[in-house]
Every structure is written in structure tokens, then in C-alpha cells.
Design a protein. Structure first.
Length: 405
């Protein structure tokens, strides 16, 4: 595979290297591998390996676009840790292999995994606890939404312009008998079924959801709260195209998310996030997990204004992440706790009990990731698990038949 070194039009300080690295695979579809090149404390170039020959000037131009729009506007911010679990990080690095060898985790495609047995028991045991927490502590209404989300809802929520790199859309065939005829008769002779489908299909106004809170904003759009604050909880499949950044169960294209969404006046949603943070930190402690809560930001893309918003997110502490150690010294965010001001209340015409635009907060957990961190830290042998974890899986069936709401 061809490898070339692309020198950056604008060199960047070393501390922004990780921000550049998070975006390189989205620069061009042919990039298979890359390495940042540093000199004198600055990142000066990128060594890129591509599947086919890619024009170096084009790569340089595209890298410059993301550096100018998304990377350089960011300032250096210290990682702020708000809470640290009392448990020390432990575990072995071969857990992913053990889970696949035991066939309770099986790869189904890029960033796609089947999970079963003990793995799904942990996943849905965690989900059951989170669901109980939402219902018992916050009196949340529990809903099950369709997987497809309307494109209009995502557009209204501002998702399209903030995260185009993640978006996965749904299409279907043109509703036309000639289309079906031409499609079916061409199947045998085509050597590119993907292109053949694309030639006969269209976007139909629906996408695959990148989170499950957007369904909730749509559901409540145009309504007024009849009390100071309300909460809605839901669980569903979510999809984010993570390009080559996908990794084992840490970073998936399709995963399962439990969210709790809060609506109310500013003070109540901020208080509810605080209370949710405290309850989840207690759960992490109870399960004997190492972890920490950090101030974080979202990986916005392609928009100078939004790149500036990342700083705002961090400085105003709009997003916290629960980071749990997994393998090889890495940690992953198993959950995030976000306040949005009145952004979604305004976009979806939701008012609080006093008739003002409602404020919102959402708390989301990636269940595969959370469960994976549990296995990384406590191993795949339930005999050696702490009692609280044993209790988490013994309180229900195997997770496939009796999945809790
Ligand atoms: P976010 O809305 O980005 O804060 O994501 C909420 C949670 O979803 C994260 O804290 C993760 O636990 C989970 N998550 C996000 N992206 C992925 C992914 N690509 N693979 C697995 N879990 C993810
Ligand atoms: Zn959300």
C-alpha cells in the first residue's frame, strides 16, 4: 500500500496532536494508517498509508481544512477530574480474546458485535440498575422508541451540522415498479451490489439514530411541562460511523444506549444532573470499579463556530464523562452527563411549567462499553467477581429473553 508524507501547511502545537489524530481517518476514505510527524515540539506532517494512490496535494489541502476549522481554534485545557473511584485499576489485557474465545462476543462486521451469555447478562444487569435509578429516583417515564429517527428531527436538533462524520442514513428503493424490475433483473449481472442498490434508491427522510435522546425531544415537541421538571428514559440501538477508529467493544458503529433525559427550569435540570452523577458514581464504587469523572467536550466537526463551542463546553462544564479503565492503560467513556441550556427546548418548542423555554439535560450510557470495562477490570470468571457484581447478574435471566425495559 502506498505511503507518503504530507507536510502540514500550518504546523500545530504538540498538545493539539490528539485532536488532529481524532480526525485524520475522516479526511479521505482511502487512509488505512497514519502517524503524526513532530519536530521541535510541533506537529509538522502526517505519514499516511492509503489503500490506493491518493494525490498528496489533495491530502494536504484536506488536512489543512480540518486543521484550520477544527483543530487550531482549540485551546489547551487541563483535564479536570471531578471524582475518582476509591478502587485501584486492575485487570488483565487479554479479556477481549477471552470473550471471543468463549463465544459470548462475536464479530459480525466492522464495529458490529453479537453479544450473549454472561456478557449480555452484565450489559442488561447494568441497564436494569440504570433504568431503576431513573424510575425510582427521578420518577422517569419509560419509553421504547422506533429505531429510525426522522432526518428533520436531527436537523432541528443541529446534529447534521455538528457531527456529519458520524451520521448513518437510511434509504429505500424508489417506489416504482420499473425500479423493482430494473433492480431485480440487474442483480445477477452486477459486480457491485452496493452501487446497484444506490442507483435504485433514495434517502427517505430517516436516519439511524446517533443517540436516543433525539426521539425524546421529538416526542415532547410543542408541549408544556405540567410540573417543575420531568424525566424520560429510553434504551435503543445507536449508530455512529467511527471509521478506522473502531476498536473491539470500546468503539463501535452500532451500540446500545440507555439515556435519561431531563426537562425543566435551569436550576432543576442542573440539580438533576448533579444527582444523577452522584448516584452513578455510587454504582461504580459499589461494583468495585476503578474510574473517574472528567469535564469533557464532544468531537464536533467541520465548523469553525462549533470548534469554539468546544471550549465553551469545557469551561462551562456542560459535559462530564465517566471514564473507566479498560485494556493497555486506556480508558473509555462509559457514560456522559450533559446539560444543554435551552437549546433543545427552543428547537422543539418545549416550555417549562412557568411558560419559559424548557432547559434540558441528558445522561447516556454505552452499555457494551460499560459491560466491557467491567470484564476488563474484574475478568471473565464470575467466581472471582465482587458480590455486588454477582448480584447484578443473578437478579435476572440470560439477558436475551427477559431484557428489562
Ligand atoms: P455521547 O453522547 O458521545 O456522550 O455518548 C454517550 C455514551 O455512548 C458514551 O459515554 C459511550 O459510553 C457511548 N458511546 C459513544 N460512542 C460510542 C461508540 N462508538 N462505541 C461504543 N459506545 C459509544
Ligand atoms: Zn443525549
Amino acid at each position: 500500500m502506498p505511503t507518503q508524507t504530507v507536510m502540514l501547511v500550518k504546523q500545530i502545537p504538540q498538545y493539539l496532536g490528539s485532536e488532529l489524530a481524532k480526525r485524520v481517518y475522516y479526511v479521505s476514505p482511502g487512509i488505512e494508517e497514519f502517524r503524526l510527524i513532530s519536530e521541535g515540539g510541533r506537529v509538522v506532517g502526517v505519514e499516511v498509508t492509503t489503500s490506493t494512490a491518493v494525490n498528496g496535494d489533495e491530502l494536504s489541502r484536506k488536512l489543512d481544512v480540518i486543521i484550520t476549522k477544527d483543530v487550531l481554534p482549540q485551546e489547551q485545557l487541563e483535564t479536570e477530574i471531578l471524582w475518582k473511584s476509591p478502587h485501584a485499576a486492575q485487570g488483565d489485557d487479554g479479556v477481549f480474546a477471552k470473550l471471543t474465545d468463549a463465544d459470548i462476543v462475536a464479530e459480525m462486521g466492522e464495529g458490529l458485535y453479537a453479544v450473549g451469555g454472561l456478557f449480555s447478562q452484565v450489559m442488561f444487569g447494568l441497564d436494569r440498575r440504570l433504568h431503576e435509578l431513573a424510575v425510582q429516583k427521578f420518577d422517569a417515564d419509560s419509553f421504547h422508541y422506533p429505531t429510525l429517527i426522522s432526518t428533520e428531527t436531527l436537523q432541528r436538533a443541529g446534529y447534521m451540522s455538528a457531527f456529519p462524520q458520524f451520521l448513518m442514513t437510511a434509504s429505500r428503493f424508489h417506489s416504482d415498479v420499473d425500479t423493482y424490475d430494473s433492480f431485480t433483473s440487474g442483480i445477477a449481472s452486477t459486480d457491485d451490489i452496493g452501487k446497484h442498490i444506490e442507483d435504485h434508491s433514495e434517502h427517505i427522510g430517516y436516519c439511524l439514530p446517533p443517540a436516543v435522546c433525539y426521539h425524546v425531544y421529538q416526542h415532547l415537541s410543542g408541549s408544556s411541562l405540567d410540573k417543575q421538571s420531568i424525566a424520560v428514559t429510553t434504551r435503543g440501538k445507536t449508530f455512529r460511523f467511527e471509521a478506522r477508529y473502531r476498536r473491539s467493544l470500546e468503539r463501535l458503529w452500532e451500540f446500545t444506549m440507555r439515556e435519561v433525559v431531563f426537562f425543566g427550569d435551569r436550576k432543576s435540570v442542573v440539580e438533576q444532573r448533579r444527582s444523577m452523577v452522584s448516584a452513578v458514581c455510587d454504582l461504580v464504587d459499589e461494583l468495585g470499579l476503578a474510574g473517574r469523572l472528567e469535564v469533557a467536550n464532544d468531537p464536533f466537526f467541520f465548523n469553525e463556530q462549533i470548534a469554539g463551542y468546544m471550549q465553551v463546553q469545557r469551561v462551562m462544564e456542560l459535559k462530564y464523562e465517566l471514564c473507566l479503565p479498560v485494556e493497555a492503560g486506556r480508558s473509555v467513556a462509559a457514560g456522559s452527563f450533559n446539560v444543554h441550556g435551552d437549546k433543545f427546548g427552543s428547537a422543539f418548542g418545549i416550555s417549562d411549567a412557568d411558560g419559559r423555554t424548557a432547559h434540558t439535560a441528558c445522561v447516556g450510557f454505552g452499555l457494551e462499553r460499560f459491560a466491557y470495562a467491567v470484564f476488563c477490570q474484574h475478568g471473565a470468571d464470575p467466581g472471582a467477581w465482587p458480590d455486588a457484581l454477582k448480584a447484578l447478574v443473578s437478579s435476572h435471566g440470560n439477558g436475551s429473553a427477559g431484557e428489562p425495559m
